[in-house]
Design a protein around this ligand. Structure first.
Ligand SMILES: [Zn+2]
Length: 338
């Protein structure tokens, strides 16, 4: 497999990109939209490779045997492809936010670099990752570039959604939509890494909202074993003292960065407890089915809905910068009392 074949679950987006290549109609600016961690930057780099490949390969839609089949896929082997893959091609610029923002200095520097002739003959490609993090000054500077695009230069922005960009920028870019990854694609990607068992990969895939990087982060942060531990604690929540509840809340609040994941997972846990008696095959946490069966038998379904509401309230409170420890104390006591 080479080039676009390596990007999973984005058939529509890749179809549009290969059509642009086939027709030789590459615009000045594209914007790849979609949630984080679904392959937008990999696709941008692969597109840059395909634009400059010395030995382009047929894309599967167009069989190699057909003499008229356009060769629009990057080979991944030629000097140009290898240099782009290694981030070492002088005409392919890959800019990312520093900290949490793209500042005007970065855009000004880019404009200066583009004023100089390209080093090589192919198409110059600028990938501006997370363009939604540009502040208004940076956005306005970029607009000048879009109004007078340098010759033979393609600008690829990535963003979560068009609405996050200045309308004047969005209107000058052709949008390519990237979809959240399907569970099967994510599970396959995660098991291919070899770190997860198929059931663990399935759980991370189900909990990640379709984002590969989020699923990978969950796997790398040992979140999956911690989740197993938490499922055990939840099972005996009702038999414990208030002191024990407060200690559990403190433990959870101490991993502040992980709290949104913990709470999102708690929603899936209570949802599974509601679903299990009716459709056990449809639970998300399939690797925890025994704990779910045990807990579901001990809880009133109506109380489970109250638990979900309490978790949602905690998520909202944290988004509004509430104190994590107080939020978790309130939540654990509510869950124990439900
Ligand atoms: Zn190549």
């Amino acid at each position: 497999m080479v080039g676009f074949d390596l990007i999973r679950g984005q058939h529509q987006a890749i179809g549009l990109l290969t059509t642009l290549l086939r027709k030789g109609q590459i615009p000045h600016a594209l914007v790849f939209t979609g949630i984080d961690g679904i392959g937008k930057q990999t696709a941008a780099r692969t597109f840059a490779m395909a634009c400059n490949c010395a030995a382009p390969q047929p894309y599967p839609e167009y069989p190699a045997e057909a003499s008229s089949s356009p060769r629009v896929n990057a080979c991944g082997q030629c000097r140009s492809c290898r240099r782009i893959q290694a981030d070492q091609h002088p005409d392919i610029l890959h800019l990312r936010p520093s900290g949490d923002m793209i500042r005007i200095a970065v855009v000004r520097d880019l404009i200066q670099r583009l004023a100089v002739k390209p080093y090589e003959q192919g198409r110059r490609v600028v990938i501006l990752a997370d363009a939604h993090t540009m502040n208004p000054e940076a956005g306005n500077a970029l607009l000048k570039l879009l109004e007078e695009p340098p010759q033979n230069t393609l600008l690829i922005l990535t963003a979560r959604q068009m609405a996050d960009l200045l309308p004047t920028i969005a209107s000058r870019c052709q949008q390519i939509r990237f979809a959240p990854l399907q569970r099967e694609d994510l599970t396959a990607l995660l098991t291919a890494e070899g770190h997860l068992t198929p059931l663990e990969a399935e759980a991370a895939a189900a909990l990640s909202g379709g984002s590969y990087t989020r699923a990978l982060k969950m796997a790398r942060e040992d979140w999956l074993p911690r989740r197993q531990w938490l499922a055990g604690e939840l099972g005996r929540l009702k038999d414990q003292t208030t002191t024990w509840h407060l200690a559990l809340a403190e433990n959870l609040a101490s991993g502040k960065a992980q709290l949104p994941d913990v709470l999102t997972w708690l929603l899936s846990w209570y949802r599974d407890l509601i679903v299990f008696p009716f459709q056990p095959g449809r639970i998300v946490n399939r690797d925890l089915d025994r704990q779910i069966q045990f807990a579901a038998a001990r809880q009133d379904p109506l109380a489970l809905i109250d638990c979900m509401k309490a978790v949602q309230a905690a998520l909202k409170a944290l988004q509004d910068n509430a104190n994590p420890r107080l939020t978790m104390e309130t939540l654990v006591l509510q869950l124990a009392a439900a």
